[in-house]
Design a binder for this molecule. Structure first.
Ligand code: G3P
Length: 217
């Protein structure tokens, strides 16, 4: 399972890239607005930094507008992926962009039925929103398991990109369920490699190291 970062802030991207663990980036209009930068320039700056796919979302609500915006976004850099909402217009735009050899990420997916439609529309990625499903009384990870089962039976090339991730347990659950990628807000990304028992154990080892005057170099 690939680890993507879910942010449009350059400082978040730089801090996470330094770990060497980030394999892609996703943004959405709310994250882009938080950056306070002109969208096209910000997508270009992000795409130049990240060594992997960078999803940038269209704002148009009709098919023609999505296709035009998608082509403009894809022209920024080879690693830009066009993010489209999971609506009838978005599914139509997804097929047209695929025909133009442009990668797509169909987003705002809240059910296995919707994910099935994204795969039929030949999306490169589909983004099921785990946290928002949980927020609304559903079970995001159960939705993810259903999508994995359906996609395996369909033998589709559409990749499952687990999104709206709120906890480290969501990340582990997504990996166990067989998500191809997961996109993480910076706080969850950095929480992945942290554990209080690691800190406690390291403090004890360091104290013993100093007490005994150990050295290597
Ligand atoms: O980029 C989509 C996504 O991950 C949204 O997450 O936390 O706003 O539901 P959230």
């Amino acid at each position: 399972m690939k680890l993507f970062l879910d942010t449009a802030l350059i400082e978040d991207v730089d801090a996470a890239l330094a770990t060497g663990l980030v394999e892609g980036l996703t943004t959405n209009p709310s994250l882009m607005a938080k950056s306070g930068q002109p969208m096209m320039a910000q997508v270009a700056a992000l795409a130049a930094r990240v060594p992997g796919p960078v999803s940038a979302e269209v704002g148009a609500l009709n098919t023609e507008g999505m296709i035009a915006e998608g082509k403009a976004l894809a022209a920024i850099a080879r690693n830009v992926v066009v993010k489209l909402p999971l609506t009838e217009a978005g599914l139509q735009a997804c097929q047209a962009l695929r025909y133009a050899d442009i990668k797509t990420n169909v987003t705002l997916c809240f059910s296995a039925a919707q994910a099935l439609c994204a795969a039929k529309a030949r999306a490169t990625y589909v983004s099921p929103f785990l946290g928002r499903v949980d927020d609304n009384g559903g079970d995001g990870l159960q939705m993810l398991r259903e999508i994995r089962t359906i996609f395996d039976r369909m033998d589709t090339s559409t990749q499952i990109l687990a999104a709206s991730v709120r906890t480290v347990d969501h990340v582990v659950g997504a990996a166990v369920a067989g998500a191809d990628c997961v996109t993480l807000p910076p706080n969850i990304f950095h929480a992945l490699y942290q554990h209080p028992l690691t800190d406690k154990g390291l403090a004890a080892f360091t104290a013993d190291w100093e007490k005994a005057g150990l050295s290597i170099l």
